[in-house]
Design a protein around this ligand. Sequence first.
Ligand code: NAP
Ligand code: GLV
Length: 320
Amino acid sequence: MKPVIYITRKLPEEAIEPLLEKYTVRMWESASESVPRDVLLKEVVDADALWSVLADRIDEEVFEAATKLKVVSNLAVGFNNIDIDVAKEKGIIVTNTPDVLTETTADLAFALILATARRITEAENELRKGNWKSWSVMDFTGMDVGGSTLGIIGMGRIGEAAARRAKGFNMRVLYQNRTRKVEAEEEHGFEYAELDTLLKESDIILIFAPLTPETENMIGENELAKMKKTAILVNVARGGIVNEEALYHALKNGTIWAAGLDVFEVEPVPMDNPLLTLPNVTVLPHIGSASIRTRHAMMKMNLQAIIDVLEGKEPENRVV
Ligand code: NAP
Ligand code: GLV
């Protein structure tokens, strides 16, 4: 019997084609809607490999149902959607997709920084509504990005790629990480800062730490209160790192100036999320790595990891 691979999203034909000869491949029917929980729990029962996306919760219940599972290959670099401890306990390999999405996601972070600082979405919406009556001196005036101070929380692969872009904008870069990046400090002049200093001195704060028990709600009322009144908070990491209720009040009350969000505590973001009512928030539907080339590179990486594990080889990009 051929080993079974279950894929939780409809992927392009060419992405799965190399699997079709040697494996039985089953795939959820939708490209844009999550596989229902009951379907996932049924499909994993005889699966040797699970190809998941970041919207799937791969927890103990899934691992318990999946008695033959050898590998979970997650189409994302973040793996907070997977219960890593249970996977480890059961000897199931988990892989992710680092590096290939680093530059693309750093680009998106900069797009969001610029869009938020320069009120791009707000201005475009007014134009489309027919509200452009004449050139105005002070309408849609924003904040300068060039020459300002960028504070990066989570100076890993993507954090560093964003920091390199900031140098092109002549920005001062402060960063916060558990490990100091001495080489990057020496090479590019990035400055390590304690969180308090970074919050107080940055004009723009960019989050690129993973969502872990330590980073969950890391930015709440107290942290927002330490930021400049003119500060912009940009989160392209995970929604759970920022307390959204505190952020809403900070934006509404002028504690900080604006926010750019690619990620939310609950995704897809519910349409009654109060943040969506604020003009000083620029929102995106979690598209950090969404370029055609990068998404294909990510799929290739997932595919190779599955083949490697099913052929008894050690996969690259093993998380556990
Ligand atoms: P990475 O290389 O592992 O970088 C994460 C960095 O965060 C590391 O340098 C880590 O260093 C630091 N960190 C961990 N815990 C921290 C803490 N408590 N305080 C401060 N820093 C902490 O990962 P990456 O490839 O850059 O990706 C980063 C995250 O971006 C992913 O986990 C994912 O959630 C998110 N992401 C989002 C999108 C999107 O589409 N929006 C796309 C790609 C990635 P230390 O452990 O030394 O502190
Ligand atoms: C996207 O959010 C990722 O973690 O790759």
